[in-house]
Design a protein around this ligand. Structure first.
Ligand code: HAM
Length: 420
């Protein structure tokens, strides 16, 4: 193993590709920030208990994928595998739900860790931007979140994504369905592990990707037929609001999701250019989670979009993000005196809010102009001894190639004017 190799299942974000990640985080969070969501940041690790209780003891995430460790002080911690349990824990700790302003709307952005088998689009360290709306049961809130995610993806230029929608019922109707499903599943020809799953988490069996399992599931009882009237009405309202907003979705009664806390609305954003790891984002309602982690009843809904997979989806669609050049002006000094003078101009430009960079290291004109080109700067400032003697700098427009001498004292003002 090379010393310079990132750990298995991880990768580094380096320029220029890293700029896409920043742009994706920005684009996903912008509609949230414009819709009353406040920024929240929580620690990268939590007590194991939180995820065991919140995400669910029977989920792959908790049983197989969590990075857990014991601190020197004896605390059992886990690197966060997801954000919802942490955000709800933090909101409860800060009593945000008691400020008389429900729902508490929060957004976040950060790193998450799952010990999964790495493959394209599936990593052990990945990043999400997420949103949680805590403390309110209102189909418009579920619809708002789905609409905002759709808006975020569209603003990035993504087109080949689909929204899968389902309802998982609530604490009234789901247990009835669960039992009916278990009775059906117990009669099938299944391996030991799947049999165990029937007893702990039968809905997950529906999610089994194997053809021989799927074949046996054709006549499985359908959750749709078991939804109580309240859940049915709620779901119809979410669907109607999405339709009214012009957001297309597909009903997918197989959509179960890999976390235990969901009730009623669940949804996933899938992208058709990504192969098997096609979910670019997912979420849903989690009306019971607060009580599961020891809090009061706080019906809530949220989602998290995967930044890594969103970038892969953009690349799969060949979307070129309109990333503005980071540098507007590049200064190329020729000689000691010019170095001092142009460094001063660059500092002045930066203080005036103009993005500027400088050819460091006393390089020759040719190499420095190459760097100027690469920087994407619109203008280059070049000055040598003769220019300084005349009190000017050469200002080159990198787009037209035109060059003109500008009085040194006016260079910054002239650039500010030209760059608008
Ligand atoms: P999730 O579906 O587990 O949901 O993850 C959301 C998104 O994170 C996925 O759709 C995917 O894009 C990305 N993701 C997950 N695991 C990986 C991985 N190993 N490598 C790369 N990307 C990954 C949640 O995490 C819930 N907390 C969402 C939520 C918020 N539900 C309610 N509120």
């Amino acid at each position: 193993m090379s010393t310079f190799q990132a750990p298995k299942g991880t990768y580094d974000l380096t320029p220029p590709r890293s700029a896409m990640f920043l742009a994706v985080r920005e684009a996903i969070s912008a509609p949230l920030r414009d819709s009353g969501y406040g920024y929240i940041e929580t620690p990268g690790f939590e007590n194991v208990e939180l995820f065991a209780r919140g995400v669910g003891e029977s989920t792959d995430i908790v049983t197989k994928e969590m990075y857990t460790f014991t601190t020197k002080g004896g605390d059992q911690l886990a690197l966060r595998p997801e954000g919802t349990a942490s955000v709800l824990r933090a909101a409860l700790e800060a009593n945000l739900h008691k400020a008389g302003n429900l729902p508490v709307k929060l957004w976040y952005s950060g790193s998450y860790y799952r010990y999964e088998r790495p493959q394209a689009g599936r990593y052990r360290h990945f990043s999400q931007v997420g949103a949680e709306a805590i403390g309110t049961e209102d189909p418009a809130l579920d619809a708002e979140l789905i609409i905002l995610a759709d808006q975020a993806y569209r603003s990035l230029g993504l087109r080949q994504f689909r929204i899968l929608l389902n309802s998982l019922g609530d604490k009234e109707c789901r247990p009835v369905y669960r039992e009916a499903l278990q009775t059906f599943l117990r009669d099938l020809d299944l391996d030991e592990e799947t049999r165990r799953r029937i007893e702990i988490n039968p809905l997950r069996v529906l999610d089994d990707k194997r053809a021989d399992v799927q074949k046996q599931l054709t006549d499985a009882p359908k959750l749709r037929d078991y939804l109580c009237d309240a859940c049915k009405a709620y779901h119809e309202e979410v669907r109607a609001l999405l339709t009214a907003a012009g957001v297309a979705f597909e009903d997918d009664e197989k959509l179960v999701r890999g976390l235990d806390y969901y009730t009623r609305t669940t949804f996933e954003f899938v992208h058709d250019g990504l192969g098997s790891q096609s979910a670019v984002g997912g979420g849903g309602r989690y009306d019971g989670l607060s009580e599961m982690i020891g809090g009061p009843e706080l019906p809530s809904v949220g989602w998290a979009l995967g930044v890594d997979r969103t970038v892969l989806a953009l690349e799969a669609e060949g979307v070129e993000l309109d990333l503005p050049a980071t540098t507007s002006v590049y200064a190329v000094p020729l000689g000691e005196e010019a170095r001092r003078v142009l460094f001063g101009v660059v500092t002045e430009l930066r203080r005036a809010g103009i993005a500027a960079d400088f050819a460091f290291g006393g390089r020759g004109l040719k190499g420095a102009m190459k760097s100027a080109n690469r920087s994407g700067a619109r203008y280059t400032l070049v000055a040598g001894e003769r220019d300084l003697a005349e009190g000017v700098v050469q200002l080159k427009d990198m787009e037209s190639g035109e060059q003109s001498a500008v009085p040194l004292a006016e260079a910054a003002a002239e650039l500010a004017k030209r760059l608008g």
